[in-house]
Design a protein around this ligand. Structure first.
Ligand code: NAP
Length: 563
């Protein structure tokens, strides 16, 4: 078998379009794509050309002779997706799928001009899709001085290969027609209506920044927190609460409990159990590293309210976790796995349960900090006077109370979008109501003129980095169709007016040159051993942006020349 897709698959489908023999599935237009945990190479059809290797933005594809021992399970996982020769699904054919470009019909009065709010994967894929066409301008607005959203601030520091997708985003940002307006808060610095006066359309790709909250007694005690707070803390996000570590993080206790068992819970558990010397070679924040070096934690329990077959984490992430960390189950949970395995029909669930069934159990004393996957525990209350001492759960669907002593309880139960000023909001789903990315007013069921969404604020917090590529493409195709049909009003002002407006409101706005200066300064701070050391304070980012770029006057002149 020549090439193999591994755990860091981002599912953006670039490999699918690069493959000359269409041997990578599911393709974005196949039914299984939306729910696929990764993409898979058909070992029989692969012609070993390596086109997919160069197309993959996160370095997830290797030749089978170059796999690391941890990656070997992916040989079988790729092959298992394809049935024996007589099987029916999925089809492989020699015809590679072709991406349909969103053709823009040029019209008098200037290029199609789109404001994109947010700069994470959905925003960058939307910009890329728009810029496949000549004569399109895209202005990307971001609240922070640094772009790329959750790739910078969410992806765990020990998953550096996943962060390689930023190289693709850098290339998108360098295309003619692309402009960054960083450190600009849409909603307060400039309003939605003002953006519409300067663009044909505004596309929001602002993600789902809030946590789902667990409403039980004791949450809020020192020693409780959410995964979002914890991830912001170790990823050096400037929104991280400055006192979060002293208030909440207690690693002087032997156990941490994480409520919820999605991929975010796995990330957090890995960071808590990986040797600090390994993390020291990543871009983890210095403050987190210092606390982790003093950690007394020997067990991280990931507590799920349902059983093993309903585990929210994905199989590739589970394989990745078990290859680098010690992961165990209690004997009772092993019995649950065995029961689920007996009943499981769906091959993906069976594969997941088989990996779980091979894990060690809690009867062996830990030799290093380990992770325990625990099942059927419904959280009831956090116990403690001045600080967290334990969490009490009931065994799901029973009255039996199960107490887990812990100095730190983190909830990792998903995210929620938050309302955008000037647009409708569906509070129950925590998304902006939309039809294929066109924002829809639920009262009239009519599209809201010039307003679009992509990514988590459009479809909710699901999927991987690359899932946003097809999601953004759908929105952009609808936006371009509306433009071609004359449903988008021409901007009221000439392009240069936007720059003046934004700079008058935010004199410390950061442009592409400023971001490059911050990036270079962070990489330099990392020295020879680390990919970068991030700035945690916005003020330091702004200083680096101002120090590194050409003088402001020069930058303005360059910006003027680009228009
Ligand atoms: P998630 O996958 O939706 O998992 C949420 C977990 O919280 C589930 O176990 C859920 O249990 C549990 N939960 C929800 N409400 C609860 C409650 N009231 N009490 C107890 N448990 C509760 O969310 P996530 O981990 O935040 O991930 C978000 C998305 O990002 C996912 O699509 C994920 O795959 C993706 N992601 C991917 C990666 C990666 O590829 N490496 C890394 C991070 C995140 P139930 O199932 O019982 O509701």
């Amino acid at each position: 078998m020549p090439h193999v897709i591994t755990q860091s698959c981002c599912s953006d489908g670039s490999c699918v379009y690069a493959c000359p023999v269409n041997c990578i599935h599911p393709t974005p237009d196949e039914p299984g794509f939306a729910t696929a945990e990764m993409l898979y190479i058909d070992p029989v059809a692969c012609v070993d050309c390596g086109a997919c290797v160069s197309a993959c933005p996160v370095g997830a594809i290797s030749h089978d002779s170059k796999l690391t021992p941890e990656q070997l399970p992916f040989v079988e996982l790729n092959a298992a997706f394809y049935p024996e020769p007589d099987g029916n699904l999925p089809p492989t054919s020699k015809l590679a799928p072709v991406i349909e470009a969103p053709v823009v019909y040029p019209r008098a009065g200037g290029p199609l001009t789109v404001a994109i709010v947010g700069s994470g994967p959905a925003a960058m894929y939307a910009a890329d899709e728009l810029l496949t066409q000549k004569d399109v301008r895209v202005n990307v607005f971001e609240r922070l001085p640094t772009p790329y959203g959750l790739v910078r601030a969410g992806v765990a520091p020990d998953h550096q290969s996943t962060k390689r997708v930023t190289k693709l985003f850098d290339r998108i940002a360098a295309q003619p027609g692309f402009t960054f307006y960083l450190n600009v808060d849409v909603g307060s610095d400039v309003t939605h209506d003002e953006l519409l006066e300067h663009h044909h359309a505004v596309l929001y790709a602002v993600g789902a920044p809030n946590d789902r909250r667990l409403d039980i007694a004791g949450m809020g005690l020192p020693g409780t927190g959410t995964a979002t707070e914890f991830v912001a803390w170790y990823n050096a996000h400037p929104d991280g609460h400055p006192d979060f570590d002293s208030l909440a993080i207690n690693l002087g206790h032997e156990r941490v409990v994480i409520v919820g068992n999605g991929n975010v819970a796995l990330d957090v558990a890995r960071i808590l159990t990986t040797p600090p010397d390994v993390l020291a070679r990543t871009d983890i924040s210095d403050h987190a590293l210092a606390v982790l070096r003093e950690s007394k934690v020997i067990e991280v329990v990931i507590a799920a309210r349902r059983g093993p077959k309903d585990s929210a984490f994905t199989l590739p992430e589970l394989i990745g976790l078990t290859s680098t960390c010690e992961v165990v189950l209690s004997p009772a949970d092993h019995e649950l796995v065995a029961l689920d395995l007996e009943a499981a029909e769906d091959p993906l669930t069976r594969n997941k349960l088989e990996v779980l069934s091979k894990l060690g159990d809690t009867s062996t004393p830990p030799t290093r900090p380990r992770i325990r996957l625990a099942y059927r525990l419904t959280p009831k209350r956090v116990v403690g006077d001045a600080r967290t001492e334990a969490i009490e759960c009931t065994v799901t669907d029973t009255d039996e109370v199960h107490r887990l002593d812990a100095g730190l309880v983190l909830t990792s139960i998903g995210y929620r979008g938050k309302p955008i000023r000037g647009l409708p909001f569906d509070g129950s789903k925590a998304v902006v109501p939309n039809d294929g990315g066109r924002v829809v007013d639920p009262r009239s069921a009519e599209p809201v003129p010039g307003s679009y969404v992509a990514g988590w604020i459009k479809r909710g917090p699901t999927g991987f980095i690359g899932t946003n590529k097809s999601c953004a493409a759908q929105t952009v195709h609808n936006l371009v169709a509306d433009y071609n049909d004359g449903r988008l009003r021409d901007p009221r002002y000439k392009p240069g007016a936007l720059d003046r407006l934004v700079r008058s409101r935010r004199p410390d706005m950061v442009d592409s040159a400023g971001w490059k200066a911050i990036d270079a300064a962070e990489v330099a701070r990392g020295g020879d051993d680390r990919p970068r050391v991030k700035f945690t304070a916005v003020a330091d980012m702004l200083t680096a942006a101002a120090d590194g770029g050409p003088p402001r006057f020069g930058r303005r002149l360059l910006a003027g020349l680009r228009r």
